[in-house]
Write a protein that binds this ligand. Structure first.
Ligand code: GTP
Ligand code: MG
Length: 175
């Protein structure tokens, strides 16, 4: 959506949703990106939280309103409201837990059902710092992303690897 501020400068506001199974690190990716914070023992998200983060592109202020919800079914808020108006999505799995990768298809289906426009989508393999217990190869992530037409990146909210890129690539694509 495009707005004009008081001086007539253009401003953009994009809604981005973060989805994926519980404990894959959605909330920590967002807190790392928006506040440069990581929590080693964060609680499961209940309902919906969001953060707004600004980015400067070609001298224009681009604001991303990033929505984070619970991966756990019983803590999830009304699904259609969560997705409404979203123009970007990060679909997150945990590279150390194969089940979370196998759930990606279901998250993509849900996204497709509830989103009305063409959504810029990024597949995110989080926790790449856990190389010693890796259960999903980089190739598998890449292949799935390619097959489904998504961008792909591996991240670590713990050591900050690629966190900024994961969000900003989606924002740039929308813009
Ligand atoms: P729900 O809110 O239940 O859907 O979970 P979530 O996807 O928001 O996960 P959350 O960010 O709460 O992280 C779950 C756990 O994984 C926490 O103990 C985090 O500290 C840990 N974690 C998150 N990101 C990383 C990462 O990049 N590396 C490692 N090693 N641990 C991480
Ligand atoms: Mg969470």
């Amino acid at each position: 959506t495009m707005y004009s501020d008081d001086e007539g400068r253009e401003e953009y506001l994009f809604k981005i949703v973060v989805i994926g199974d519980s404990a894959v690190g959605k909330s920590n990716l967002l807190s790392r990106y928006a506040r440069n914070e990581f929590s080693a023992n964060s609680k499961a998200t209940i309902g919906v939280e969001f953060q707004t983060q600004s980015m400067d592109i070609d001298g224009k202020e681009v604001k991303a309103q990033i929505w984070d919800t619970a991966g756990q079914e019983r803590f999830r808020a009304v699904t259609s409201a969560y997705y409404r108006g979203a123009v970007g999505a990060l679909v997150v799995y945990d590279i150390s837990r194969r089940m979370t990768f196998e759930s990606v298809g279901r998250w993509l289906d849900e996204l497709k059902i509830h989103s009305d426009t063409t959504v810029a989508r990024m597949l995110v393999g989080n926790k790449c710092d856990l190389e010693n217990i890796r259960a999903v190869s980089v190739e598998e992530g890449k292949d799935l992303a390619e097959a489904q037409g998504l961008f792909f990146v591996e991240t670590s909210a713990l050591d900050s690897t690629n966190v900024r890129i994961a969000f900003e690539k989606v924002i740039l694509d929308i813009y």
